[in-house]
Design a protein around this ligand. Structure first.
Ligand code: AVI
Length: 326
């Protein structure tokens, strides 16, 4: 975070937000990166999304993990002691399932959540140490999308990296492969990854999950403009933009867009920008890729893992894949 000396904006301006907004909104078509969703309000809205009846992803993955946590931990550990690494600061109850299964097996476990947000990590540390006795939380503040390293473990210890929640789906296939390759490089032979991916399915179910009846996903999408107004002093009218979820059947992804409804000019004085929006022009805010059965396993094999097991739900809507570093 750097302070840019602007008399009309009292808050600090994040250089990262400024350059992302500048780059995305100067492009044709306009776009904004999906990490901009997650300010405090956006993170709360996302938590609400995970509980919506239409958003099947969280509860389906949770049901798979509930049923198979013990087996996952046993397979990943073998005859060793396990450490759990999580990319993201701990998606509460799903993480808890695996940590509890690990504690039942080995009494104590080191849990290393990896996240860019020190406050999210501190919240996770307090919550998890309070709720699951036997877990020692060692947070790592870093942006795992830019590569990372892990300290060596002691002999007889193995790591299991959890990358669940379909988070990988928010990256293009090339970026996803780079992230998995970096994880593989940071691990030692015998360590594993647990990857949660959302599978291709009937478009009606997919579209409903990203355009719920209560309008929570619409608020989540528009919150990006609220954030830009607050952080950069822009004058977007978020309500003038319609939430759109589109199934791209060629690229197998749900796209979220904000559709401008009538011609308007938006000013962002802190960036010295004046943007013209035509009626019907959209800002592309997110891709959420859906995987074909076997595709995640192929991607993991490509970067150096050996897939060990895949679990799915009755409908075949979501898959959890365990793969080992060979
Ligand atoms: C965080 N991520 C996996 C969510 C998804 O399903 O792609 C973000 C989200 N976007 C709209 N609803 C939820």
């Amino acid at each position: 975070m750097t302070t840019i000396g602007l008399p009309n904006i009292s808050t600090q301006i994040s250089e990262q937000t400024a350059s992302a907004v500048c780059e995305g909104l100067m492009s044709r078509p306009k776009w904004l990166p999906s990490w901009l969703f997650y300010d405090a309000a956006g993170s709360r809205l996302f938590e609400e999304i995970t509980e919506l009846p239409e958003y099947y992803l969280t509860r389906t993955e949770r049901s798979i993990l509930t049923e198979h946590a013990r087996e996952i931990i046993d397979l990943a550990a073998g005859n060793n002691t396990l450490r759990l690494v999580e990319l993201g600061a701990g998606s509460a109850d799903k993480t808890r399932l695996l940590l509890s299964a690990a504690v039942a097996r080995q009494d104590t476990i080191v849990y290393e959540p990896v996240d860019v947000s020190p406050s999210a990590l501190e919240d996770a540390r307090q919550r998890i140490e309070r709720e699951i006795p036997g877990v020692v939380v060692t947070p790592r503040v870093l942006d795992y999308t830019r590569g990372f390293q892990l300290d060596a473990v002691t002999p007889g210890e193995r790591r299991l990296v959890m990358y669940i929640g379909s988070s990988i789906g928010n990256f293009d296939p090339e970026e996803a492969e780079d992230i998995l390759a970096d994880v593989c490089d940071a691990l030692a032979p015998g360590d594993s990854i647990l990857l949660g991916v959302d599978l291709v399915k009937d478009r009606t179910a997919l579209l409903a999950a990203y355009d719920d009846a209560a309008g929570v996903t619409a608020a989540f999408n528009r919150n990006m403009l609220v954030r830009i107004n607050r952080e950069l002093g822009a004058d977007f009218n978020p309500e003038a933009f319609a939430h759109r979820a589109v199934w791209n059947r060629f690229r197998l992804r749900i796209e979220m867009h904000l559709g401008n409804q009538m011609p308007q000019t938006v000013k962002i004085p802190s960036l010295d920008m004046r943007l013209e929006f035509a009626a019907g022009e959209t800002i592309h805010t997110e891709n959420s890729y859906k995987y074909q059965p076997g595709q995640a396993e192929a991607m993991l094999s490509e970067v150096g893992f050996t897939p060990t097991a895949t679990w799915t739900d009755e409908k075949g809507w979501f898959a959890v894949v365990l793969a080992r570093v060979s």
